[in-house]
Design a protein around this ligand. Structure first.
Ligand code: ADP
Length: 397
C-alpha cells in the first residue's frame, strides 16, 4: 500500500509518500509559507533532485492539492492516479489523555483533537486543518492520527504528576505528557531488534536530540518517564528552548525587564537554550562545535551546559528504571554529534558506560558506539518518524 504521511504546521506542510511493502520513500517534500506571501512547494521524487516551485498557497487546501498534483504530475509524478494512495497518516502533536495509541480518524477523533488544542495551541489546530484538507481532496481514503504524546501515556502517575496542588490536574489536566513519542517508540523498538532481545526484557534510554529535544526511559517496552512535560518546554536544554528552570525566574526577569508573561514564555521557547547560552550566536550545533573547536567561550559554555543536563537526565532515568541496558542517541544532534555524545558519556563511567572513540565518529548511520567492555550498549540510531507513522497507519487500516 502507498501511504501519504502528512505533518502539518501552522504555515507549513511536510509530506512523504511511502510504499509500505518495501518501506521505500517514493517522494517527499515541503510546502512553506502557507497563507503568507512567497509560498513555495519543494518536491523531491526518489532518485531525483528537488524541484522548487513558487506558487500562491492561500490555505492548506491549496497546499494539499499541490502535493497531489506533484505526486501525480506527468513529468515528475510517482503515481499515475490519486486512487493509488491507500491511506493518509497524520502526525498530530497533542492527544492529551484521550489517546494512548494511533487511531483511524472520524468525527469524534477530530473533536477530541480539538479539545486538546488548549494544550498545543500552535500545533493541534494546524494538524486539524491538514486532516480536513485531506478529507476534502481524498474522500473515502482512510486517515489515521499518530500522536506525539501517545507513547508516553504508559507513564505511571508518580512520573507524570507535578508537585502542584492536585486540583490543577483534576480541573485542567496539568501533568507531564511528553512529546516525540513516535521517535522514542521507533528507536527503542529498533534498539531491541539490534540487540536481538525482546523489548519486554530491556531497559532503554532514548536521547532524541534535535532542535527540540527530549529523553525517555523505556522499561519492558513501555515509557516510564520522559523529559518534556505539559508542553515541549520542559526538560533538557534545547536549540532555543530553556528546558527546566526555576519557575520563579519568570517573575524575577519579567519585573526587571518589564516583560509580560507571554513575552517571557516566548523568550523561554525561542531565545533560550544553546542559542541563549551562546549569547545569541547560534542554535545549530554545527556552528557551536566549530566555535568550540576554535576555543570560543560562548560556544564552550553552551555545549558544556547542554551536555551536563543530558547526562543528569540519563542518570536519573537509570535510577527510575533501576538500571539500563542501552542508551540510544537519535535526531539531528544525536545522530551527527560525536562531540556531544562523547561529552555526555564522559559523565556516565560510574554506570559502566564506555564509548569506543573511533566508533563514536559515526554520523547519520546505525552503529554501536560503546566499547566491547561497556556495561551499557550505546547506539547511534537514526530515527524515522515518517516511516513509523506509515507503519502505524498500515497496521490500522
Ligand atoms: P528538528 O526536527 O527538531 O528540527 P532535527 O532532528 O532535524 O531537529 O535536528 C536539527 C539539529 O541537528 C540542527 O539544529 C543541528 O544543530 C543538528 N545537526 C544537524 N546536522 C548536524 C551535524 N552534521 N553536526 C552536528 N549537528 C548537526
Amino acid at each position: 500500500m502507498k501511504v501519504l504521511v502528512i505533518n502539518c504546521g501552522s504555515s507549513s506542510l511536510k509530506f512523504q509518500l511511502i510504499d509500505s511493502d518495501t518501506e521505500a520513500v517514493l517522494a517527499k517534500g515541503l510546502c512553506e509559507r502557507i497563507g503568507i506571501e512567497g509560498s513555495q512547494i519543494v518536491y523531491t521524487p526518489a532518485g531525483s533532485d528537488k524541484i522548487t516551485t513558487q506558487t500562491p498557497m492561500p490555505d492548506h487546501n491549496k497546499a494539499v492539492s499541490l502535493v497531489i498534483e506533484a505526486l501525480t504530475g506527468p513529468e515528475n509524478g510517482v503515481i499515475s492516479d490519486l486512487s493509488e494512495i491507500g491511506a493518509v497518516g497524520h502526525r498530530v502533536v497533542h492527544g492529551g489523555e484521550a489517546f494512548s495509541t494511533s487511531v483511524i480518524i472520524d468525527e469524534s477523533v477530530k473533536a477530541a483533537i480539538k479539545d486538546c488544542a488548549d494544550l498545543a495551541p500552535l500545533h493541534n489546530p494546524a494538524n486539524l486543518i491538514g486532516i480536513d484538507a485531506c478529507e476534502k481532496l481524498m474522500p473515502g481514503v482512510p486517515q489515521v492520527a499518530v500522536f506525539d504524546t501517545a507513547f508516553h501515556q504508559t507513564m505511571p502517575e508518580k512520573a507524570y504528576l507535578y508537585g502542584l496542588p492536585y486540583e490543577y490536574y483534576e480541573k485542567y489536566r496539568v501533568r507531564r505528557y511528553g512529546f516525540h513519542g513516535t521517535s522514542h517508540s521507533f528507536v527503542s523498538k529498533r534498539c531491541a531488534d539490534l540487540m536481538g532481545k525482546d523489548i519486554k526484557d530491556l531497559k532503554i534510554i532514548v536521547c532524541h536530540l534535535g532542535n527540540g529535544a527530549s529523553l525517555s526511559a523505556v522499561k519492558n517496552g513501555e515509557c516510564v518517564d520522559t523529559s518534556m512535560g505539559l508542553t515541549p518546554l520542559e526538560g533538557i536544554i534545547m536549540g532555543t528552548r530553556s528546558g527546566d528552570i526555576d519557575p520563579a525566574i519568570i517573575q524575577y526577569i519579567a519585573a526587571k525587564e518589564n516583560k509580560t508573561l507571554d513575552e517571557m514564555v516566548d523568550i523561554l521557547n525561542k531565545k533560550s537554550g544553546v542559542l541563549g547560552l551562546s549569547g545569541g550566536f547560534s542554535s545549530d550545533f554545527r556552528d557551536l562545535e566549530a566555535g568550540y573547536n576554535k576555543g570560543e567561550a560562548n560556544c564552550i559554555r553552551a555545549i558544556e551546559t547542554y551536555c551536563l543536563r543530558v547526562a543528569k537526565y540519563i542518570g536519573s532515568y537509570a535510577a527510575a528504571m533501576n538500571g539500563v541496558d542501552a542508551i540510544c542517541f537519535t535526531a539531528g544532534v544525536g545522530e551527527n554529534g560525536p562531540m556531544v555524545r562523547a561529552k555526555i558519556c564522559d559523565y556516565l563511567g560510574f554506570m559502566g558506560v564506555e564509548l569506543d572513540a573511533e566508533a563514536n565518529l559515526v554520523r547519520g548511520d546505525e552503529a554501536v558506539i560503546s566499547s566491547g567492555s561497556s556495561k551499557v550498549t550505546v547506539y547511534n540510531l537514526p530515527t524515522n518518524e515518517e516511516l513509523a507513522i506509515a507503519r502505524e497507519t498500515v497496521a490500522l487500516v
